[in-house]
Structure formats: structure tokens, C-alpha cells
Ligand binder design. Structure first.
Ligand SMILES: O=C(O)CC1=CCC(=O)O1
Length: 92
């Protein structure tokens, strides 16, 4: 099952820089593990925003929820999920 996910990150302005850097490094490692195993199929930065569009390829809604809620930045994110279905005009 494919899902388009938008993540907007809102770190508190008073979060110490070292704490923010640590969470971002943990987030990067978590994301790259999921990219390697194919479940985080794509990630793109939204130009000019601390936000990304990602595509997840997972078995169920529950699996997606588990992955998203495990994100180190999850407490600081607004997340929108769009389930994707094959377009009838797609040639892929
Ligand atoms: O920087 C972001 O958009 C948040 C994020 C998700 C995965 C990652 O490495 O950073």
C-alpha cells in the first residue's frame, strides 16, 4: 500500500541546539534504515519550508501509523497522510 505523507516540523524555539541536533541525527538514521528496507520509498524537501513529502510503501494503515509514531521528531510534527491508488492512465 502506498501513502503520500507530508511532514511539517515545528521544533520549539527554546529547544537547546544540542538537543535539536541529536533528535535530527536520530531521525536521519531512522529514516535511512526505512529507506534501505524499501518502506520509506521517497523523501523530498518542500522548498523554503521545514517540511517534506514522503512516499511510504507498507502493508497496512497500522504499519504506517507505527512507523510514523516512531519518528524521533513525531512529537514536533504535523503529519498529513494521503492513501494512493493506481491511476487508470498510468503506464507504469
Ligand atoms: O527534515 C525533515 O523533513 C524531517 C525528517 C524526516 C526524515 C528525516 O531524516 O528528516
Amino acid at each position: 500500500m502506498l501513502f503520500l505523507v507530508r511532514m511539517d516540523v515545528n521544533l520549539p524555539v527554546d529547544m537547546p541546539a544540542e538537543e535539536a541536533a541529536s533528535i535530527k541525527a536520530t531521525e536521519k538514521a531512522y529514516s535511512q534504515e526505512l529507506q534501505k528496507d524499501g518502506r520509506w520509498a521517497d523523501i523530498w524537501r518542500v522548498v523554503g519550508e521545514y517540511a517534506n513529502y514522503s512516499v511510504f510503501d507498507v502493508a497496512s494503515n497500522d504499519e504506517l501509523h507505527e512507523l510514523l509514531s516512531g519518528l524521533p521528531l513525531f512529537p514536533y510534527m504535523d503529519i498529513d497522510v494521503i492513501p494512493l491508488a493506481k491511476h487508470p492512465s498510468s503506464i507504469k
